[in-house]
Design a protein around this ligand. Structure first.
Ligand code: C5P
Ligand code: ZN
Length: 490
């Protein structure tokens, strides 16, 4: 990847002007900020734009703008087949499409080779790795580092992108090229990695709240139960408050943390949790050590969630400016967006409760219509699946109206994936069958389908999930408890 990064850096250095086009999710926002910061430091003139996704129309519009060079961040791989006629560099971690010979160039393969040359892509898939070894931000970081090794301080924001994209979730630590980024950041004195509780809110939430909102893993009797969490910590002799200040997890000293972690392990084991879900309590946590203690930009997970909130409510620029260093007005705006997001999620849960979740043989589903926006329905689906009272044996499928059709989000649990569930395959095949498109990961996938095809989509999805879960027979993991969905809610 570093060799490709060098080539891309040379192309960028030679450009009189660069248009950066990036995705609106966490690793897109952070990746765009890394690209822009590196270009600014190199004295390369540029501007940045944000896109929800890149389709034919979007690409045509970019082509018409006639820039000397376009840098696509966290998108572009899926449109590789349609890049002809454009001078572009791509830093993306999504699965690339095959390059076809465009009609206009058919019969003139030499010309096609020339036009293919005009597009350079850095993508872990080209090196035989998967999407989780680097995020869109990590791929942009590789180029920033090739532009100037001094850009190693940007590793901090790159790790926020990786964590915001849930890349540490599966192995409870970053892997692949992400580890190179992490090592760069530690050497540059901007990052620290340590084993810690994996729960959300280490810096900014009162410690008991952090336990209360635990969803990966789900902690029996504590998750969702404020009083029980307060009592649990008090029994261990942990002071919850110093004066008026609620102590956060990061305020606890090492001894206190150890007491809580071992008590949590015992608590979960005694309540029948399987070893696999108990193990998920602890993992590598990443701290941006130059950020003030207790601030929402100090913990990579919290910083990532903040960026997510900006992107989902059409304000990616706000997150971008925070990544570029604004800790004043823009950070305040980002925090307002995050508070708004939390309130929106509470409302969304009420909406789902009212409309109800329907069960089919192998799946459960709800339709949010206009009540939940398409950028949030996926989180709402995982929260609904995580809630007490929702069966964990059926993956959940959620629909919401979107500009370009009906947005579908599917969410499962780690246990179901261990038994054969592959929601990416379900979303891909079922959406294709009804004239839409989709994909994603085994445990979390999405699609967009034409309005009115929901029922047909559900029937195909239900049949496919049943086949997936029955194909392997009883799982070796049968004794595992039904822990929460793998994509925890922020
Ligand atoms: O949108 P949602 O959060 O449900 O997406 C879950 C996963 O599915 C993401 O990784 C996303 O990239 C993928 N997805 C996809 N095609 C779509 C929608 C989502 O590959 N049309
Ligand atoms: Zn991404």
């Amino acid at each position: 990847m570093e060799a490709v990064a060098q080539e891309i850096a040379e192309r960028l250095r030679a450009a009189p002007f660069v248009k950066v086009v990036t995705h609106i999710d966490t690793d897109g926002i952070t990746g765009g900020a890394i690209a822009s910061e590196a270009l600014a430091r190199a004295g390369i003139e540029h501007e940045i734009a944000f896109a929800k996704h890149l389709d034919e129309a979007g690409l045509t519009a970019v082509k018409r703008e006639g820039h000397p060079l376009v840098w696509f961040v966290d998108l572009g791989a899926g449109m590789l087949h349609a890049m002809h006629g454009l001078d572009a560099v791509i830093t993306d971690h999504h699965v690339p499409t095959e390059r076809e010979v465009p009609k206009a160039l058919r019969g003139d393969l030499l010309k096609f080779a020339e036009s293919a040359d005009r597009v350079l892509m850095l993508n872990p898939h080209l090196e035989g790795s998967g999407s989780d070894v680097a995020s869109g931000a990590g791929c942009a970081y590789a180029v920033a580092k090739a532009l100037d090794p001094k850009n190693a301080d940007l590793a901090a924001v790159a790790v926020v992108g990786a964590v915001g994209d849930m890349q540490e979730a599966e192995f409870r630590r970053l892997e692949g090229y992400n580890r190179t980024i992490l090592a760069d950041g530690e050497a540059a004195g901007v990052l620290k990695a340590e084993m810690d509780l994996r729960l959300f809110g280490r810096e900014t939430r009162p410690a008991y709240k952090m336990l209360q909102y635990a969803s990966d893993p789900w902690i029996p009797r504590l998750s969702g139960n404020e009083e029980a969490c307060i009592a649990f910590l008090l029994e261990l002799g942990i002071d919850l408050k110093v004066g008026e200040h609620w102590r956060s997890w990061s305020d606890l000293d090492r001894g206190e943390k150890q007491r809580v972690v071992s008590a949590l392990v015992t608590h979960m084991l005694e309540r029948g949790c399987g070893v696999k879900s108990v193990e998920r309590l602890v993992g590598e946590a990443y701290t941006l050590v130059k950020e003030p203690v207790g601030s929402p930009t100090r913990d990579a997970k919290e910083f990532g969630t903040l960026m997510n909130a900006c992107g989902r409510y059409d304000e990616p620029e706000v997150g971008y400016r925070v990544c570029r260093g604004d800790r004043d007005e823009e950070l305040a705006k980002a925090l307002r967006l995050l508070r708004g997001h939390r309130a929106y999620l509470v409302e969304s849960m009420e909406t789902i409760l009212e409309s109800g979740i329907r069960e089919m043989g192998a799946i459960q589903y709800f339709h949010a219509h206009d009540k939940i926006r398409d950028t949030v329905v996926g989180i709402a689906a995982s929260m609904a699946l995580n809630q007490n009272g929702t069966p964990k044996s059926l993956p959940i499928i959620a629909f919401a109206n979107a500009e370009d059709g009906i947005k579908v989000s599917g969410r499962g649990t780690r246990e179901l994936v261990a038994k054969g569930l592959d929601l990416a395959a379900v979303m891909q095949a079922a959406s294709k069958a009804v004239g839409g498109q989709g994909g994603g990961h085994h445990v979390a996938a999405g699609a967009t389908i034409p309005p009115g095809t929901e029922q047909a989509f559900l029937e195909i999805a239900d049949r496919m999930v049943r086949e997936q879960l029955h194909a392997r027979g009883p799982s070796a993991d049968a004794g595992e408890d039904a822990a929460g969905a793998a994509r925890p809610s922020p």
